[in-house]
Design a protein around this ligand. Structure first.
Ligand code: ADP
Ligand code: MG
Length: 324
């Protein structure tokens, strides 16, 4: 199968929202009046970001999901994306499953594939997404204010737990592995939440490298510090109760490590003033995405972890960014 047949068969669909989609030298997009374009690129490389034998359907989902997650962090509405794909050979079964996984997620966000590039080479998937956001309303990393609350959406830590289990570094019973593995392979980009937080959140980021590391980017960009209540944060790993009760497989410290520094979560971490607590809860409800208040923005730089009694945790807990 030639390159153009392959594109026509697996990637070309009639343009809906775009002025011009796949097939010409450029795609044409027309952002709505008063909107700014939000653009982000993420690349997935075999061996680095996914196992060579990963299910191509979930890979198609994830390649787009990690990009949509960046739009979510900015409060942007997805519009379109491009796909640059290098693969060793044209494997039709693989292409069919990959494109189904990718388009299934694309369709739920009404986000269309408008172009790309296809070449032979080691498997490498690079997607660029385009979204739109009302002028001046994009959520940025730089807006956190001293006194703001810090929130995390959804759950954290399960993707890394699954990764450890798959690498046989962590024993997991089957039903927990299935739960955790879905989080690793088919993350849910929090697009509706990001949009609902426009005008409410003062800063936001999506959690791809781990909560502490990514929150650190917000703190640096905003010139502030933070404290996190670990007695609340520990509950962000949804599997933890089941694991500790039924299996006693992992220490508290290990579970906290998954939450704070696991990575690959694609949840949102964001800040908002205490006066906006009601508005944040309403946004969460509207987006059908739970959010948890886990800490506070402070003047002193860096992140301090403390327990329910306000007792500061030993230094070793604060070095979870080296969790490897
Ligand atoms: P060019 O000669 O400009 O590089 P190509 O021959 O690479 O164009 O691609 C032909 C058309 O197919 C273009 O519209 C391009 O955007 C689209 N295309 C190529 N690869 C992909 C892909 N993987 N997914 C979607 N569209 C693609
Ligand atoms: Mg080309």
């Amino acid at each position: 199968m030639g390159e153009f047949d392959l594109i026509a068969r697996y990637f070309k669909r009639p343009a809906k929202r775009a002025v011009l989609g796949v097939g010409d030298d450029c795609a044409l997009l027309q952002p709505a009046e008063g909107m700014q374009l939000a653009i982000s690129t993420d690349m997935l490389v075999e061996g680095r970001h996914f196992f060579p034998d990963v299910d191509p359907f979930t890979l198609g989902h994830k390649a787009l999901a990690v990009n949509l997650s960046d739009l979510a962090a900015c409060g942007a509405q997805p519009l379109a994306f491009t796909l640059a794909l290098a693969m060793p050979r044209a494997d039709e079964a693989w292409l069919a499953a990959f494109s189904r996984g990718m388009f299934a997620l694309a369709d739920t966000h009404d986000c269309e594939l408008v172009g790309g590039d296809t070449t032979q080479g080691p498997l490498n998937i690079c997607i660029t997404v385009f979204g739109e956001v009302p002028r001046g309303q994009a959520l940025l990393r730089s807006g956190a204010q001293v006194g703001d609350d810090i929130y995390a959406s959804g759950t954290l830590g399960e993707a890394r737990l699954a990764l450890d289990a798959l690498r046989e570094h962590a024993p997991l019973p089957d039903e927990l592995l299935t739960l955790a593995r879905t989080r690793l392979e088919q993350p849910t980009p929090r697009v509706a939440l990001g949009m609902a937080l426009r005008g409410i959140a003062t800063a936001a980021i999506d959690v791809s490298d781990g909560l502490l590391g990514d929150l650190g980017h917000v703190l640096e960009a905003s010139g502030v510090g933070a404290s996190i209540d670990t007695s609340i944060a520990i509950h962000l790993i949804a599997a933890s109760a089941q694991i500790t009760r039924a299996e006693k497989l992992f220490s508290y410290e290990k579970m906290l490590g998954y939450v704070l520094a696991g990575g690959d979560d694609y949840e949102l971490a964001f800040t908002a003033p205490p006066s906006a607590r009601q508005a944040v809860q309403e946004a969460a409800q509207q987006a059908r995405t739970p959010v948890t208040r886990i800490g506070q923005i402070e003047v002193a730089p860096g992140i301090r972890l403390h327990d329910a009694q306000g007792q500061v945790l030993p230094k070793r807990y604060a070095s979870f960014d080296h969790f490897a």
